[in-house]
Structure formats: C-alpha cells, structure tokens
Design a protein around this ligand. Sequence first.
Ligand SMILES: C[S@@+](CC[C@H](N)C(=O)[O-])C[C@H]1O[C@@H](n2cnc3c(N)ncnc32)[C@H](O)[C@@H]1O
Length: 278
Amino acid sequence: MSQALRPAHDQRFSDLIRSRTGIQLPVHRRQMIESRLRPRIAAVGATGFEGYLEQLFDHGLLDDELPLVIDLLTTNKTDFYRESAHFDVLVDKIVPETIRHATPHAPRLKIWSAASSEGAEAYTAAIVLSEAQRAGHRFSYAILGTDISHRMLERARRAIYTAEQLSPVPAELRARYTMAGRAPSHAGTARIVPELRDRVQFMHLNLMDSTYPVDRDVDVIFLRNVLIYFGPEDQAAVIARMAGHLRPGGYLMVGHSESMVVSHPQMKQHSPSVFRKT
Ligand SMILES: C[S@@+](CC[C@H](N)C(=O)[O-])C[C@H]1O[C@@H](n2cnc3c(N)ncnc32)[C@H](O)[C@@H]1O
C-alpha cells in the first residue's frame, strides 16, 4: 500500500469500529490496536497492520473478519465482586424494598448485566442474591448477561474460572457456589454450580443497536466500565435506551469513573454511581 493511502485506511478503520461498536480508537492507541490484531494479521498472512487493512477494505475480507476484530479490540477486564458497594446496595436496599412493595406473591427480580464480559458481574449478582434467599428473603431472580464479544459470551456460558479469578469470592461462598474441576485439563479451575448457572442467561447484544430485545421492566441494570470507551453522543444514547428498559424505581449502576456521564431527565442519582429511574 502506498504511504498516501495509509491514513485514509486508518481513518476508515477507526470510523468503522466506532460506528459498529461505539469504541473510540484514538491515534495514540494505535500501537495497542496493532498488537491486539496481531493474531488476525498473521492468520490472513498480511504483512503488518497496513497490509491487513488493505485486505479488509480492498480484498473483500471485511465481513468475515469484523466479528473477530471486534472481539480482539474490546477490553474485557472484569472481576468477581468488582466495585462491591453495588452488590451491597443490591442486597441491603433493593431486595428488601422490592419485597416490601410486592403483591402477596414473592417478587421476581430482573437483573441485567449489560456489558457482562466473561460473566463475573452476573455470577457475583447471582451469588449475593442466592445468599439473600438463604438469609430468609422471599423472592426469586433472573439474570441476563449481554456483551458484544462472542468470545467472552462463550466463556461466560462455560462459567469455568481459575482460582485467581475466583479469589475475591469469600471462601465459604466459593465452596457453596463453585465445583472444583476434576479432569487434569481443568486442574486449578472451578465451575459455577448448575443451580446458579440456571438463573443466568447470556445473549449477544450490541449496545450501539437502536433497540434491544430485552424486557422493559428490569429492576437493576449493571452498565459498568463500558461507557468509558464511547464518545459523549453514544454514551447519552445508550443511557437513554437503558432508561427505557428499567421499571419506574429501577436502578442503573455504572462504573465509579462513569457517574459524570449519566445525565438523563428520568435518572436521579441515588448514591455514588447508582441512579434510580423516576
Ligand atoms: C471492561 S469490560 C466490563 C465488564 C463488567 N461490566 C465489569 O465492570 O467488570 C467491558 C465490556 O464491554 C463490552 N462492550 C464493548 N462495547 C460494547 C458494545 N458496543 N455492546 C456491548 N458490549 C460492549 C466488551 O466486550 C467488554 O466485555
């Protein structure tokens, strides 16, 4: 590819990723982008990043490569009990409040982990809600995890984690809610127990889509550590769509560094990084 064409391809690539995923790829992150795409560059036999872009745009590889590119460009860092104050709000405030306002039937809490990565957030919610049930609260719950990354969704459904990943889970709860891997190939790993896995479903969903195939009476949405990758317009559009999926009085939890981003007439701040729909 000639030097003159390169910036045009670069820009086209950035624009494409932003429009398809919301993720912004500023120029100073170019090295990170290239290193993440290295497996694909090698797989298609391209000579370097420029050669790869040329194959995408000039040789018809784009449609086949795009899902793989998106998988590699997403940042999937997550942890069990990440920003654990949110799970305290869930159990100490939202569960009792939902039960108080319920009809004679035990209520069913609907939780949505809207950028679920490999599932730690959804399963942490399942663990703390199951513990609330054990403590005597009468309710049931269903959790939906969604993400744009097929690779992360596969891992989330498998629900097998290393001892290190599970280390934030208190030992007693690890013993109750995970099963150690027996096969030599699974040494040092543990799987979330079926009773919890049955309560958690995972589905592919792109937050940039204009509508989401999700219920519109969700009690709690976790939308954490994903807005930071989007530009202001996309952030506002996603929050507006999320507001449409919460029941009145439902809660939106964002990452602690993302509170400033939530500005919507129906969303009132409840506590740091927790918002409530009016
Ligand atoms: C840093 S992880 C956050 C995981 C979890 N919410 C947490 O706080 O630990 C961000 C996740 O957002 C997902 N993501 C990025 N853009 C997305 C989009 N447009 N639609 C859905 N998920 C997206 C990524 O694939 C990634 O798994």
